[in-house]
Write a protein that binds this ligand. Sequence first.
Ligand SMILES: [Zn+2]
Length: 420
Amino acid sequence: MSNIVVFFHRPNIMESMKRLQAYKFQILPSGEQRRDMRRFAGACRFVFNKALAWQNERYAAGKTVKFSYTTLANLLPLWKQDPAISWLKESPSQPLQQTLKDLERAYLNFFAKRADFPRFKKKGHADSFRYPQGYKLDQANSRIFLPKLGWLRYRNSREVLGVVKNVTVSGKQGKWFVSIQTEREIETPAHPSTAIVGIDMGIARFATLSDGSYFAPLNSFKHQEKALVKAQRAMNRKQKFSNNWKKAKANVQLIHARIGNARRDYLHKATATISQNHAMVGIEDLQVRNMSRSASGTTGTPGKNVRAKSGLNKAILDQGWFEFRRQLDYKLAWNGGQLVAVPPRNTSRTCLCCGHVVKENRLSQSRFECVECGFEENADLVGAINVLRAGHARLACADTSPAVGASGQEPTEATQAIAA
Ligand SMILES: [Zn+2]
């Protein structure tokens, strides 16, 4: 195969940008603080669910669907006066309002087709609440002040840079954490590399680069799936809420956490390597969410190929393509690089040699063979090189960057679309 040489020219301007960054630390609460945090998280969950139910009822009654934060925020003081739920008063007000903001965001994402319809929150599942203000960070003494909780010690492992914008408290398996979101002005660095690369996302190989290198599939879920199924069965056999059931439940959660950690670790390493070595990365603009949805179909009409596709979709979700892309985006931006999304049209069926486009070119998931000129190559590599070409074409005709949200933000982990 002939080598494809692409020149990538970037203007050498130093600009400044806002970098949002989150710092997460474990906190060391007293028994009383622990109880309060559980209560506050519970109150937020209650308010979230009550607001969602209220909204659903209105919808069912044929009233307006539009979500209004202001309307719900105005209901909050009325709920607190209801004697049956007056315990809401004991929780700090602002986290309760923030929860309504979260619900608003969930609705916006739903209407923008970025997420499923908001779901009710379950107890013990991602307990958290957020303070938009009122906190005090005392880094010298490794402690943080939070309204209605007081001073909390935290495991101070790194310096927090920037202005604190909000603080989220979350609990997981008995441990509590603060996530401190900051904002600061930084100079956009010039990327040390001028390399440009295209990426094809796949099943057999997690990611294939147009330079021929590739990342093996993650498969962490597959390996641990059996253990998880076994643990879940064991839990279901126990009498609910008995001591043995609680032990079995802890085991299930442990396996879930292990799978999540392995996945995160893998994705962080892969995206760090790629973003450090390349100034521009082309990637297919696949709607991962739509791929997973098409198999399950809608409630009325289940998908046609549910069985055939569910395995593939599971693998897609397992490997966290969505998260991969999100990380690449912000890490590239941090390094002064850029992510360019290209339309996925024909990237897997265009011959590199003669340009012939026909789906028969792709013999199987792994093999490409042109019916016109006989050119043969690994199908993922062909895809990656086509993505690279498309990315380059995109840059050439529109040098007003950034194609994707190269915002330099590190929002909270976007697990919504890839939740296991
Ligand atoms: Zn050909």
